[in-house]
Design a protein around this ligand. Structure first.
Ligand code: NAD
Length: 326
């Protein structure tokens, strides 16, 4: 059971075989909650939850959230995390991404309504688009190009937020919206195109680290354990949100590449490549709301989080970069 006021015995995690979903399944099980992981393995894999198979109270159901969704028995919490999340994935899967953000969210909300469960939507900092306010507070409406290449993800999430709000206001579903900023950690895919796995893979392989533009654009990066703690704090609260969860420590993409290169002990050169269309120039959360209402703040320093992630990638890829093999 999750500690706190809300008693959660059984949770559904959609997208549970993905990067964040698998960590959520793991943490919930650790806290004594039964978990149903629902996934169609579009961008996730059963390997991410293989270590949980056979654990009491854990079930994996292969299903596409955009189709019919049925779960027998009681459910206290629906964590809706199903959606392609990396630009490489959602640019390859534009319609699937819009469908899971629309139909998938509708079905997950319907499930929560049927069961009288709390519903938490995994939204994203991408709803702020290329922000004109900095840092981003939850009351900022964002600056999104509705017909740009990234809109399939950004607008899907904005629509999912609108759906969630409508179900709260007109269908009496207890909902929460979490806007997650860049999260990293073990089980990211080495080729998912996001900056951290790309830099780690390149550094470990001794290849050039490809930095987009001049690398001065900023990101805020949060270790997965901290993000999971923030999501579960929202899940066990009554807060509707949206609530930003992310690390307010801002770093430029170039600094990030250099830090990863240092931590791997690699001598890879930095190579500047073309910046993607609509790539945000700045990204940093204001996390006052999460701190005040959820008592949440990130705890894992980025050097520590990156070290853990690098170790995982090195084992996964069988590469050690410039480091000495253990
Ligand atoms: P991921 O791609 O690793 O996981 C997404 C999971 O959803 C995958 O397992 C995939 O197979 C599943 N899925 C996709 N479409 C589905 C469908 N129609 N039916 C059932 N399952 C489906 O991505 P992630 O990084 O773990 O992101 C998880 C969620 O968190 C996403 O909703 C994403 O928008 C959100 N998020 C992530 C980050 C981040 O930094 N990782 C930041 C902001 C928001």
């Amino acid at each position: 059971m999750i500690s706190g006021e809300r008693r959660i015995r059984r949770a559904v995690v959609t997208g549970g075989a993905g990067f964040l979903g698998s960590h959520l399944c793991e943490r919930l099980l650790h806290e004594g909650v039964s978990v149903i992981c629902m996934d169609n393995f579009l961008t996730g894999t059963p390997r991410n939850v293989a270590h949980l198979m056979g654990r009491t109270g854990f079930r994996v159901v292969e299903c596409d959230l955009t189709g019919f969704v049925h779960v027998p028995g009681d459910v206290d919490l629906v964590l809706h995390f199903a959606s392609a999340a990396s630009p490489i994935d959602y640019l390859k899967l534009p319609v699937e991404t819009l469908k899971v953000g629309g139909l998938g969210t509708l079905h997950a909300l319907g499930l929560a309504r049927e069961k009288g469960a709390r519903f938490v939507l995994a939204s994203t900092s991408e709803v702020y688009g290329d922000p004109l306010r900095h840092p981003q507070r939850e009351d900022y409406w964002g600056n999104v190009n509705p017909v740009g290449p990234r809109s399939v993800y950004d607008e899907a999430k904005r629509y999912a937020e609108a759906l969630t709000t409508a179900y709260r206001n007109s269908r009496d579903v207890d909902t929460g919206i979490v806007r997650i900023f860049n999260t990293y950690g073990p089980r990211m895919r080495p080729h998912d195109g996001r900056a951290i796995p790309t830099f780690i893979r390149q550094a470990l392989a001794g290849e050039p680290l490809t930095v987009a533009g001049d690398g001065s654009q900023t990101r805020s990066i949060c270790y997965v354990d901290d993000t999971v703690a923030g999501v579960l704090a929202l899940a066990r609260s009554d807060l509707a949100g949206p609530v930003n969860i992310g690390n307010a420590e801002e770093t430029s993409v170039l600094e990030l590449a250099e830090t990863i290169r240092d931590l791997t002990g690699s001598h890879s050169p930095i190579e500047f490549v073309e910046r993607p269309i609509d790539d945000p120039s700045v990204r940093c959360p204001d996390t006052t709301l999460a701190a005040e209402r959820l008592g949440w703040r990130p705890r894992v320093p980025n050097t520590e989080g990156l070290r853990r992630t690098i170790d995982w990638f090195a084992a996964e890829l069988g590469l050690t970069g410039g480091r000495r093999a253990a």
